[in-house]
Design a protein around this ligand. Sequence first.
Ligand SMILES: C[S@@+](CC[C@H](N)C(=O)[O-])C[C@H]1O[C@@H](n2cnc3c(N)ncnc32)[C@H](O)[C@@H]1O
Length: 247
Amino acid sequence: MNWISYNQLAWTDTILARPEDFEVEATTYVNLIKTHLSASSPTMLHLGCGAGGHDYHFKQHFSVTGVDLSEGMLEIARSRNPEIQYLLGDMRTIRLGRKFDVVAIPDSIMYMCTLEDLSAALSNAAAHLKRDGVLLVVTHTKEEFRNNNFAYTGEADNTHITVLENNHIVSDTTYEATIVYLIRQSGRLEIHHEVHTLGLFSYDEWMGIFEGLNFKVELMNLDHLYDKYLLEDGVYKLKVFVGTLGV
Ligand SMILES: C[S@@+](CC[C@H](N)C(=O)[O-])C[C@H]1O[C@@H](n2cnc3c(N)ncnc32)[C@H](O)[C@@H]1O
């Protein structure tokens, strides 16, 4: 996919989502991973790493390799984290020929729209994980997901950006994220929009795939992290799966 959000408009991320904004979230993931990890200088494969906001914090704890499908996001990630190796690739199919202590998918697994895609991504994650490694996947389950709206805004160097995101369930297995960009540069307004199709899977479907891959999984709730961006009152429910490979 050649999403404008992650290519032509990827630069907006530098105004909307500064690396510091990821600190609380990334630290939460690091702490969860570390409760299961024994390696002393651990390596991490980050699938769907985007513009490197999480990596800015992950790199304090892990030697990170990032993979993403969008060159626009990778360009920003490379400038934010020059010490990290970033590779263009698809989490379902990329083969790096090496294994990692940690495989993390904190902000992109929703791009898997079918059970086959989800299964391919998680099985590829397992193939890149050392025997005593840790898998972290952040998602929402079909049971808990509700239609919602988010808003983000930021201003810098004569550029003022507001992004509205409408997430709406469109089928039994998918929802659409409709993203509207209002970009005002030196007073001149541009409006862009894009629709992303994203997947919804039940708790049993998630667990079925993990069990099939021989993962022993712990599940945690991670509600409230994104509540501040919600336009309506309420809770944005997120789940974190932390898995280790069975022997
Ligand atoms: C919400 S963004 C991640 C933002 C990230 N947290 C950051 O710090 O910028 C989701 C990312 O998933 C990537 N993505 C979607 N499908 C993918 C796939 N099949 N393989 C790898 N990356 C994928 C997109 O290109 C996008 O950069």
